[in-house]
Structures are given as C-alpha cells and as structure tokens.
Design a binder for this molecule. Structure first.
Ligand SMILES: [Zn+2]
Length: 263
C-alpha cells in the first residue's frame, strides 16, 4: 500500500544562525522567522512576557525544541540589564534568577538569552566543555558583563585561551545612535571605546556595541581570532530579526539565542 496519501504533520524548522561546526555544541541565533505568532510578534516570538498569545508562544517553543535532542533542558534568566552571571546546574536549571548571564559545565543544559537589539553573546570552551550566554545591552556592557562571563567560565575550569565567542545579530554601528553624553561615558569608562564611537547629529553619537564588547573580551584574555560576530544589524534587518528600535520602542517580540552541549 502506498503511503503517498498519508497526512504528515510537519513542524517547520525555525532557521538559526550557527558558527561552530562541532556536533556536541548545541547553539544558534534564532531570528523572528519560522514561528506562528502574529502582529508585532510575527512570527517566532519565544517570550511569554511581552503580551503575545501564550498558545502561539508555546507552539513556537515546540518548534524550537523539535530541533534539539529530546532531553535538552533550557535555562533562562530574568534579564534586568545588569552584569550578574549565574552558574547553572541540572538542580537549578529552572530557577530563572535575576541576572543577564548564565554559565554551565553540565551537558544537556542549554542557556537561552532573549534580545531585540541588545547583543546576544554565546561563549564556549570545548576542553573542558563549558558554555556561557550573555545579554549585553549598553548598561550591561558598561558594567562589565563580558568580563564577568569570561571569569565565570574560568571558574568552571575553562582556560581563557580556549574560549570562543560569537556576538550575535544586534543593533549595528549604523543604527545605534545615543546621546553624546552616553557615548562620552563609554569613552571615559571603557579604555579604547573612543575607536568605537563616531559623531551623529548635534548632541548625538553612534556606538559600535559589538566592537566595544570585542575589545572587552580581548582585554579579558580571549584570543582575538576566537571572536566572531555573525549576523546583520537587527534594525536594518528587521524583517528577519525583532528590533525594538525598528518599532520606535513600541511592542515587539523577542528572539532567542542559545548555547550548550549535547546531553
Ligand atoms: Zn543598522
């Protein structure tokens, strides 16, 4: 008997940007494409806290989980634009503490970070297997979350020289216009960030947030060649990525970036 008429329920695989080829590394930068949410959440919003239909969010989560090994456990934090990085184990993977970063040495835990313009930072070491994920907006960058991420990985046994980092899709130097006063604060507080700033309209300046984080990581000991920054500016590519600035700070969904090791 032919099965050509059998009904097949296929779950569309949400596309994700990946940078590391090794199979034990589970990671990716998801965008807004490949989900079922509507309106400002169109379509792969994975946050239950931005006003989206909970059923649509749950369905989006199913689509993402469907692409990962079954026993994978997702860990998340209640992101508050701070600089705290929590160490996560299977015992407390569901705790969701207030923090903007997570690190783990336990396989099977995948660390998920939500963004819509801020920089999602994924970090790994393969020997030993340590993963770290950070949410780095300008406040987190100023307060040193990148170096805190490196320190957390070191504390879990990862040599700094073995750390690899991917700075994901986020607002680019083309679109990240801030008050000149804030840019001046970066220049004052973070050595070298003058190179990552340029003048904008009177009273304004443009910052290269990914460039500043890269400098901070190198300062913290991560080899420059081990840092990559795939993906476009979220505001310029707002058809592929949620961008708070693209909707002038109004309602938007959030995309998720994640990293861990296979169970
Ligand atoms: Zn841009």
């Amino acid at each position: 008997m032919s099965d050509s008429h059998a009904i097949r329920f296929s779950t569309p695989t949400p596309p994700r940007l990946r940078v590391w080829p090794e199979t034990p590394i589970i990671h990716g930068f998801l965008g807004r494409v490949g989900g079922g949410s509507r309106g400002p959440y169109d379509s792969l919003n994975l946050s239950h806290f931005v006003g989206d239909d909970p059923r649509a969010v749950a369905d989006n989560w199913e689509r993402v989980r469907g692409t990962l090994p079954e026993s994978t456990v997702f860990s998340r934090v209640n992101q508050v634009h701070g600089n705290a990085v929590r160490v996560v184990t299977h015992a407390d993977a569901a705790a969701r503490p207030r923090a903007d970063g997570m690190a783990t040495r336990e396989a099977g835990i995948v660390l998920g970070i939500f963004t819509a313009d801020c920089v999602p930072v994924l970090m790994i070491s393969s020997q030993p297997q340590v993963a770290c994920a950070l949410h780095a907006g300008w406040r987190g960058v100023l307060s040193g979350i990148a170096a805190n991420g490196v320190r957390s990985m070191e504390e879990l046994g990862a040599p700094t020289s073995a750390i690899r980092v991917a700075l994901g899709p986020s607002i680019g130097p083309c679109c990240f216009e801030v008050d000149a006063e804030l840019a001046a604060r970066f220049v004052r507080e973070i050595p070298g960030s003058a190179r990552q700033a340029r003048d904008g309209k009177p009273g304004k300046a443009f910052l290269n947030l990914r460039g500043i984080i890269r400098d901070q990581l190198i300062e913290a000991g991560v080899p420059a060649h081990a840092i990559t920054d795939p993906g476009p500016c979220t505001r310029c590519a707002s058809d592929q990525y949620f961008s708070r600035r693209a909707v002038a700070g109004t309602i938007t969904g959030l995309q998720m970036s994640f990293v861990g090791f296979t169970p």
